[in-house]
Design a protein around this ligand. Structure first.
Ligand SMILES: NC(=O)c1ccc[n+]([C@@H]2O[C@H](COP(=O)([O-])OP(=O)(O)OC[C@H]3O[C@@H](n4cnc5c(N)ncnc54)[C@H](OP(=O)(O)O)[C@@H]3O)[C@@H](O)[C@H]2O)c1
Length: 316
């Protein structure tokens, strides 16, 4: 018998229930979860406004890492493990990551094989379980703003999960990053090659001092007033937010989200590349803390603070 967290109604509360995991059908696999990634999206998706027609109870958790325990009949092999091409995944016992799935806060899940990939050996299970939601979002922010080599960009929330992935991917593109963060996270930004500035009053002056040559694009992962103001100052196509709000909409700043078809298609298409980067040691996932799966509510509380200090994972 497996266990999983569900929300019997919109808004929660979440409850941990015992569950029978269905055996995998054609095109499906079953994963013994070793770590479930915890994202702000997990609690936001409990909001009825995100889709009042969704069936209840709501499953929770969009990404996991684990070990294949069953493969459905006729299921084609998932893509080769990027760092071990001679050891194709798709066989029982293979280490895998799965994204974007539904109901990852569980000890076992049956999911579509098309969303399952070989786990990069360079990442442990908690890091691997947190690579793709933030990583694909970060990749899309750089894509839609057209960031190119030699440019200087401003990233709001650079110490966050999405922010840290943006820093690494922007560096690979050859861009310079000015990133906002709390001072205790400045060294983290420097470690990823970015120039840190504190968020809060006076931000505009600090950014001007850090980038006298000017800013070519703005990526907002926090949605604060100063983030919106700096994004608003950019020419068309050179700013984006991942935290849509009335203020960002009023300012005309494009917002992207995984529930938008164009975003979903882009993000699905970039998963394998991000796994390859991780396998090559070029994309890492700082993990702040792990919790037992039974303590999912405490894990979510930490993420809700807005300052988790790195990624959070649940361990069944
Ligand atoms: N649209 C999408 O597709 C999409 C995808 C992923 C995430 N998101 C959303 O994007 C946001 C960030 O996600 P995440 O996973 O990166 O979150 P996270 O790991 O919790 O990081 C949040 C970051 O925000 C920073 N922050 C908090 N208050 C701030 C302020 N007043 N000014 C500037 N920065 C501040 C924190 O930096 P310090 O601790 O250094 O202050 C922290 O590093 C969440 O709202 C999430 O729901 C949207």
């Amino acid at each position: 018998m497996a266990v999983r967290w569900i929300a019997p109604q919109f808004g929660g509360p979440l409850v941990l229930v015992e569950t029978d995991v269905p055996p995998p059908g054609p095109g499906e696999v079953t994963i013994d979860v070793r770590a479930a990634g915890v994202n702000p999206a997990d609690y936001k998706h409990l909001d009825a406004a995100r889709g009042p027609d969704r069936p209840l109870p709501l499953p929770i958790g969009f990404e996991v890492a684990g070990v294949l325990s069953a493969v459905g009949p006729g299921t084609p092999d998932a893509p080769d493990a990027p760092d071990a091409p001679d050891a194709p995944v798709g066989s029982v016992g293979d280490e895998v990551v799965a994204f974007r799935i539904s109901g990852g806060y569980a000890s076992q899940v049956t999911v579509p094989a098309k969303d399952v990939f070989g786990k990069p050996a360079a990442l442990d299970f908690p890091a691997a379980a947190n690579l793709l939601l933030a990583g694909t979002t970060a990749a899309e922010t750089l894509h839609v703003t057209g960031v190119a080599a030699g440019e200087t960009i401003l990233v709001h929330g650079a110490s966050g999960a999405v922010g840290v992935s943006v820093l690494q991917q922007a560096r690979l593109l050859g861009a310079t990053v000015i990133g906002t963060a709390s001072p205790h996270n400045f060294q983290l930004l420097r470690d990823f090659g970015a120039v840190p500035v504190a968020h809060g009053p006076g931000l505009e002056d600090r950014v001007a001092a850090a980038a006298p040559q000017g800013i070519d694009a703005v990526i907002d992962t926090v949605g604060t007033d100063d983030a919106i103001a700096s994004a608003h100052a950019m020419p068309s196509g050179r700013s984006v937010t991942i935290v849509a709000s009335e203020a960002s909409m009023a300012a005309g700043i494009p917002a992207i989200g995984g529930n938008q078809p164009a975003s979903a298609a882009f993000r699905d298409g970039v998963r394998a590349r991000l796994l390859s980067l991780a396998a090559a040691g070029q994309l890492v996932v700082p993990v702040a803390r792990t919790f037992p799966l039974t303590e999912a509510l405490a894990a979510l509380d930490l993420v809700r603070t807005g300052h988790p200090g790195g990624k959070v994972a649940l361990i069944p």
